[in-house]
Design a protein around this ligand. Sequence first.
Ligand SMILES: O=C(O)c1ccc[n+]([C@@H]2O[C@H](COP(=O)([O-])O)[C@@H](O)[C@H]2O)c1
Ligand SMILES: Cc1cc2nc[nH]c2cc1C
Length: 375
Amino acid sequence: MARSRLSSSTLSTVCRKSCFNKEGHSLNKVDQTIERIQMPNESARQEASRYLDTLTKPMRSLGRLEELAVQLAGITGTLPLDVMRKAIVVMAADHGVCKEGVSAYPSEVTSQMVMNFLNGGAAINVLARQAGADVVCVDMGVNADLQHESLYVRKVKRGTGNIAIGEAMSRDEAIAAIGHGIELAEELAEKGYRLFATGEMGIGNTTPSAAMLAVLAGIEVEQAIGRGTGIDDIAMKRKRDAIERAIAVNRPDAEDPLDVLSKLGGLEIAGLVGVILGAAARGCPIVIDGFIASIAALTAARLAPQSLSYMIPSHVSQERGHRLVLEQLGLEPMMDLKMRLGEGTGAALCFNLVDAAVLIMKEMATFEGAGVSRE
Ligand SMILES: O=C(O)c1ccc[n+]([C@@H]2O[C@H](COP(=O)([O-])O)[C@@H](O)[C@H]2O)c1
Ligand SMILES: Cc1cc2nc[nH]c2cc1C
């Protein structure tokens, strides 16, 4: 089915501004990827919607599952839908701001958990197996020399700078990290993966995420911060102070998502921005996990508003700012399971709902076929 192209003139000025670095060089990879993201196929959406109304159920009675089926039809441009090969991209990195005492756990847990992912023992491995998905584990900036045959090493540097005293990374490093994410999404799409999810691991990463939220949403730091891995009131005060200093020292430009990302963000967050843009450019749906992954989604949406159509918000996490991020995105989460783990765990669970929406379209009988009266 033909898919409508979004003309470059409809791209936001924020995007245009962000697609050039300080020297005025075009950020080819990011720029071209953004330009390739098409609007969903409206006629496939309408066809899916009409078909759902012929199935043996009261109209719209499968609620969000029906909306999901329509979204998938619009994204893939195909009917009937088919179960898709699934990849959960778990990006890991360390954070200099941990020196401010903002997490309940030591930084070494980042690299230790990466090895746990690679050995198949973490929550994400269990939930991925249950959903029939593969875990793709990526070192975007872990402060250790990790080696494993299944590890994708895309290390931009060994952890970010401490945002409370300076920038997290340079603009070029942020662009490099986004570029790795784009290339990885392309590589996985070449291998046959059609449904993506965002996962992350990074001790301390709720601090840069909250800092980015405060700036991108223009809200008080107090509203953006949460307890992350489970910090007490004293550490919460340190977290608030660290973010306030980070914003004062770095003076990020809220209208320039790359500036906010590079000054306040994380290497795994930047990598996930690339995965989201890359998946969308390939016409693949991408399931968004919790707070940190949603900040990557918000950054991607500010760079490329049309990427929003490809996002499926899996769940709302217990982390305080997550609802606000979803509001900024204008997305309603599929689930509220009181989870706050990250790793892509909420997204892995949501894969089951995506499969359910596909199978409803594929396997349910129509009123006519089953001889069921409509009126
Ligand atoms: O995804 C979420 O909503 C989420 C909420 C709270 C914590 N996390 C995870 O916990 C780590 C960050 O917590 P913290 O307290 O170290 O900033 C990081 O590895 C995340 O994957 C994740
Ligand atoms: C053990 C542990 C596992 C995690 N997974 C994601 N963030 C995490 C943080 C900790 C501390």
